[in-house]
Ligand binder design. Structure first.
Ligand code: 13P
Ligand code: 13P
Ligand code: MG
Ligand code: MG
Length: 384
């Protein structure tokens, strides 16, 4: 029997700005899925990370099942109704299309799914991030699956010696899925070359080369590519199976100690460090820092254990303090240079209008004026 685990998550409204969904909204979404999904699902876990509500579902229907996707879509519609009734901020924010059309991908909510034959013991981690985009997982996944500095199993476990295959997606290509498969360790530098660019190339999935088993999946949707304008951040989710042929749970968590700089925080327009937080955490400083939560489970015959909060440990308090320091440091330079995202990302927001207005006010100096003004922009003066 094969088990499918699907995560579908959306921001359909939150309290006090982009901080946290209301308890009633969350309960409504959960109750909807429990009632309508009785015959479809073998288990369900509902959580929030910042202002996003995630449905972690177990079933036997495989990935891309229209009934499962429709169930999630309808649940988020029910949540949107509550958000409107309560006057929550951003009611229905991530539901970018008017109606469900067979598959949730391309409609706004983030989703990732994996189908596998359950091992006798089946540990996995469910990650959810808020105020950032899917490329936020690039570096942690690269380090956890390719680098013995984080993944000791690459040296110590014969099962992992063959390495892993990365499927990487070019998310700028909106006409269809443009993907490439690359093998670690032989093609490490090629993998790094792509994953360097978090805004364009994102890890979609990782497989074990020992047996081709699925190890990790990540949601790849970029909302500005769907909406054509800035409507909110993508806030990606990921599932990672651990132990056995895969990295140990602690090896997968290890790179999150870095608190690496990712795109997001305020108005989705800045760079800031990614803070590992406890389950159901809120958002605060400068609509950030961008956060990631990790719920560890085992699944057996399609039933989840209770979640273990993988970032709820004194070690991560120390990490959170360090990440706060990094967040304050980059905020010290406000809008300048690397503190904000490049124009290619900002062009989905209001800055386009401002740049257009300013563009009209620019003048190009005539050569005489230029000469009189001295060096100008360093252009060579024409010979007289
Ligand atoms: P235990 O002995 O606690 O099972 O740990 C084994 C291990 O390899 C952890 O990474
Ligand atoms: P969300 O995508 O989490 O709603 O955040 C949007 C934003 O712009 C926060 O400043
Ligand atoms: Mg929001
Ligand atoms: Mg969000």
């Amino acid at each position: 029997m094969k088990t499918t685990i699907s995560v579908i998550k959306a921001d359909v409204g939150s309290i006090g700005g982009h901080i946290k969904p209301s308890a009633r909204l969350k309960q409504t979404v959960e109750q909807f899925v429990r009632d309508k999904g009785k015959k479809l699902l073998s288990d369900l876990y509902v959580s929030s990370t910042g202002d996003d509500v995630a449905l972690l579902m177990a079933h036997e229907r495989g990935a891309n099942d229209s009934k499962i996707h429709e169930l999630a879509w309808d649940a988020f519609m029910a949540g949107t109704k509550v958000a409107k009734e309560q006057g929550l901020y951003g009611a229905g924010q991530d539901l970018l299309k008017d109606a469900f059309s067979g598959n949730i991908r391309g409609l706004g909510p983030a989703s990732c799914e994996m189908e596998f034959e359950e091992r006798p013991n089946e540990p996995f981690i469910f990650f959810a991030a808020d105020k950032t985009d899917p490329g936020a997982y690039n570096l942690p996944l690269y380090l956890a699956f390719c680098d013995p500095m984080h993944c000791a199993g690459l040296l110590l476990s014969p099962k992992m010696a063959k390495g892993f295959t990365f499927t990487i997606m070019d998310v700028n290509h909106t006409e269809g899925d443009r993907v490439i498969e690359l093998n670690a360790p032989e093609e490490l530098y090629d993998i790094a070359c792509l994953l360097r660019d978090n805004e364009r190339f994102v890890v979609e999935s990782i497989r074990s080369r020992a047996n081709n088993d699925i190890a990790a999946v990540v949601s790849t949707s970029r909302l500005h590519n769907i909406a054509g304008t800035y409507t909110g951040k993508d806030d990606p989710v990921a599932l990672v199976r651990t132990q056995g042929n895969f990295p140990a749970t602690g090896e997968i968590l290890s790179p999150f100690r870095i608190g690496h700089y990712v795109a997001g925080t305020m108005r989705g327009s800045h760079n800031g460090p990614l803070m590992p937080v406890k389950l159901n955490s809120t958002i605060s400083f400068f609509d950030g820092p961008a956060i990631v939560s990790a719920a560890a489970f085992c699944v057996h015959n399609g039933k989840f254990t209770e979640p273990v909060d993988a970032f709820d440990h004194p070690f991560w308090d120390w990490v959170r303090n360090n990440v706060s320091q990094k967040a304050a440091e980059i905020r010290n330079q406000g809008f300048s240079g690397p503190a904000m995202l490049p124009y290619s990302e900002l062009e989905y927001g209001g800055v386009v209008e401002k740049m257009g207005q300013l563009d009209e006010r620019f003048i190009v100096r005539k050569d005489e004026v230029h000469a009189a003004a001295g060096a100008g922009n360093g252009r060579k003066k024409k010979a007289a």
